[in-house]
Design a protein around this ligand. Structure first.
Ligand code: ADP
Ligand code: MG
Length: 407
């Protein structure tokens, strides 16, 4: 069964309390929102419901307060930013399902928005105990009353079996939000009948984080370009001395198996031919471009750390990317947080903007990288709001928050 969507709900939303689970997990600094991308992405569903006359109750989490009230993780700055971004004022409840939430939900009028305090202040939200989560879900549903409805628009959280994501969906008529629908739609185009050539660019720190994705995409993509810290496990598996670069020795057999599958007709796996090696893991460390087979002879010798793909590799990867009709990129090519080691990530980010077709950026650090390097969201076909969720979907895993809506 497929889920009902927000469009099915809007005509009957007037006068009803509608609980919307949103992903408002944004970075904060000094109590101010530093990147409001997720708030902007969540507002359309919330404001559409309010304009349709619903009493909108928003559930969201922020950071990992681990089930206790941590003032630093209050959603107050988020409520303020939401108010700045819309003409509808947003009230914040001071607790999750306590007196404040109950009173404010009861007083809510048609067209108003109430944001409930960080749901992860309540330990039951993320509990492994089904019964504990079910009780919290019942308390959430009670905030909406007998005529309530539930919308899940929190794509970044749909891979979690949490009370506000999963359990609540069995208690109220449930609908898929527009952001979730968009994300799934784009990700489906990476799995089902992608336009070819289809290139996947994978980087980031550890290969062990991305094994299941590589496994699944090896049989779907035409080319896999490997960069970032994980490249060194591939280089080592090919017999290179990677000096002191990030290496996951225990993953070498798995990586060798991927390389064998590639040879046998799966996606073409491309690994760096040159790398930037540094003397130390620091922004101003001495560094040099070396061939992939000469890493131990860069500055620092056998202590050399590979911190970025080299310029020849960056050029080769860019050519692959620009010649593709579908590109999915997850994981920076190097330690992009340090300017000297951001070149590979910049080249890939730039090449993706030139793709004639669908370009998708997934992964929290990758999305942060493209913004930090000065690219705009509009330069890409899609920047996923959910790193973990998008990877799990591409791995072919079931997403509890999505499945719960279709029951
Ligand atoms: P994403 O969040 O996009 O999925 P990851 O979390 O897997 O990406 O990895 C991001 C991190 O990988 C960045 O902080 C970056 O500094 C680090 N990284 C990239 N290349 C290397 C490298 N060669 N050595 C060590 N760390 C690296
Ligand atoms: Mg990350």
């Amino acid at each position: 069964m497929t889920a009902q969507t927000i469009r099915d709900l809007l005509p009957s939303a007037a006068g009803r309390a509608v609980i919307v689970r949103s992903d408002l997990n944004v970075p904060l600094n000094d109590g101010k929102v530093t990147d409001d991308g997720r708030i902007r992405a969540s507002l359309p569903v919330i404001t559409d419901l309010a304009r349709a006359g619903a009493k909108v109750i928003v559930l969201a989490h922020l950071g990992r307060p681990n089930g206790t009230v941590v003032p630093q993780y209050s959603l107050a700055p988020v409520a303020q930013r939401m108010t700045e971004l819309t003409d509808i004022s947003v009230t914040l409840a001071e607790d999750v399902t306590g007196i404040s939430a109950q009173d404010k939900a009861a007083q809510l009028e048609d067209g108003q928005i109430l944001l409930i305090e960080n749901v992860r202040f309540d330990a039951r939200e993320t509990s492994n105990d089904d019964a504990e989560r079910a009780v919290l879900a019942t308390e959430f549903a009670a905030l909406a009353g007998p005529d309530g409805a539930y919308v899940n628009d929190a794509f970044g959280a749909v891979h979690r079996k949490h009370a506000s994501v999963y359990d609540i969906a069995s208690l109220l008529p449930s609908y898929q939000g527009a952001l979730v629908a968009t994300e799934l739609n784009v990700l489906d185009r990476l799995i089902v009948d992608p336009h070819r050539p289809y290139t996947v660019v994978l980087g980031g720190s550890k290969v062990s984080d991305k094994l299941a994705v590589i496994d699944n995409l090896l049989d779907r993509a035409d080319t896999l370009l490997i960069g970032g810290g994980m490249a060194f496990t591939f280089l080592k598996a090919q017999g290179h001395d990677v000096a002191s670069s990030l290496l996951e020795e225990d993953q070498i057999p798995v990586v060798k198996d991927y390389l064998r599958r590639s040879e046998a007709g799966a996606a073409n796996i491309v690994i760096p031919t040159d790398v930037i090696v540094a003397e130390a893991f620091s922004a101003d460390a001495a560094h040099a471009v070396v061939d992939a087979n000469a890493m131990a002879s860069g500055p620092g010798g056998s202590d050399g750390l590979g911190l970025d793909i080299g310029p020849a590799t960056a050029k080769l990867y860019s050519q692959h990317i620009e010649a593709s009709s579908t590109v999915f990129w997850n994981g920076p090519m190097g330690v992009f947080e340090m300017e000297n080691f951001a070149g590979g990530t910049y080249a890939v980010a730039k090449a993706l903007t030139n793709v004639q077709g669908l370009s998708v950026v997934g992964g929290g650090d990758s999305a942060a990288a493209v913004r930090a390097l000065g690219f705009a969201d509009e330069d890409y076909g899609h920047i996923s709001t959910g790193g973990g969720a998008s990877l799990e979907y591409l791995e072919g895993k079931a997403l509890p928050g999505i499945d719960a809506l279709a029951r």
